[in-house]
Design a binder for this molecule. Structure first.
Ligand code: NAG
Length: 256
């Protein structure tokens, strides 16, 4: 009797575990209507916000059912408002943060989807729903036609005007240097103190490691890094860090 109760119990437990793991995917919850009243829009918005919270990591593609939602967001007034809010918080910090002194006060910007936008590329290439084709993306970058993000353009000049040395640290490869400089200048950016791009030996490294090493070189040169503004968490990870970091939204791709 006891034995059969035990085995019944273990059957129930294994069933529960089985159910638990089958239910683990939020989509399964949704299909089973456990999240009552939840819609695809709710699901996609929670996917998006969890990307921003750095809970969802290393995704290669936007979930198929959310491609349309993410595409709409990246073209929306809400996306612009979210960027503006981050920029305003950054301005607030900059207005009183730092006692600039000897020309060694530094601020770091990402390039893509921070200073200039890749949204026009992704608009034509599946809005994050297909794995990024580097050859095709770099071909587009070589054309130097990525538009500025207006709010960060203003912020860039404000920060530079306050006397910070502005460094751009990008995941782009060295082979794109001329095209990147052309693009930035055409869009109104100028006067940065350094543009760090990935050379061959950086290509096999995780981006967060490559970016931390670039900051390390700045610190070794005597710079104080007051802030970083970027659209990827890998722009902030590791040491040395900055006093403050400001994350811009980006749910099209994830760079680790
Ligand atoms: C990637 O893009 C290049 C250039 O547009 C193209 O020739 C190639 O076939 C693409 N690769 C894949 C896997 O789609």
């Amino acid at each position: 009797m006891a034995r059969s109760t035990l085995s019944l119990l273990s059957l129930v437990i294994s069933l529960l575990i089985g159910l638990g793991s089958a239910d683990w995917n939020i989509l399964n919850y949704q299909n089973k209507k456990v999240l009552s009243g939840s819609s695809l829009k709710n699901y996609c918005e929670s996917w998006r916000i969890n990307v921003e919270l750095n809970n969802i990591r290393e995704f290669e593609v936007v979930p198929q059912e959310c491609i349309e939602y993410i595409g709409k967001y990246m073209k929306s007034t809400q996306y612009k408002a979210d960027i503006l809010r981050a920029v305003e918080e950054c301005q607030l910090y900059v207005s009183s943060c730092c006692n600039l002194k000897d020309g060694k006060d530094a601020w770091i910007f990402d390039v893509d989807d921070t200073l200039i936008s890749t949204v026009p590329y992704f608009k034509k290439h599946g809005f994050g729903g297909i794995k990024v084709n580097i050859t095709s993306l770099e071909g587009w970058m070589k054309q130097s036609k990525a538009p500025a993000l207006d709010h960060t353009l203003g912020l860039f000049h404000e920060i530079k005007g306050k006397g910070f040395k502005v460094f751009l640290i990008s995941t782009r490869r060295e082979s794109l240097r001329d095209a990147t400089v052309d693009n930035l200048i055409k869009e109104g950016y100028h006067g940065w103190a350094g543009l760090v791009l990935r050379d061959l030996q950086d290509e096999n490294k995780h981006v967060h490691k490559y970016k931390a090493e670039a900051r390390k070189r700045l610190v070794n040169e005597g710079y104080r890094i007051w802030g970083i503004i970027g659209d990827q968490w890998s722009s902030f990870d590791g040491t040395p860090s900055a006093k403050r970091t400001f994350k811009l939204p980006n749910s099209l791709y994830y760079i680790s």
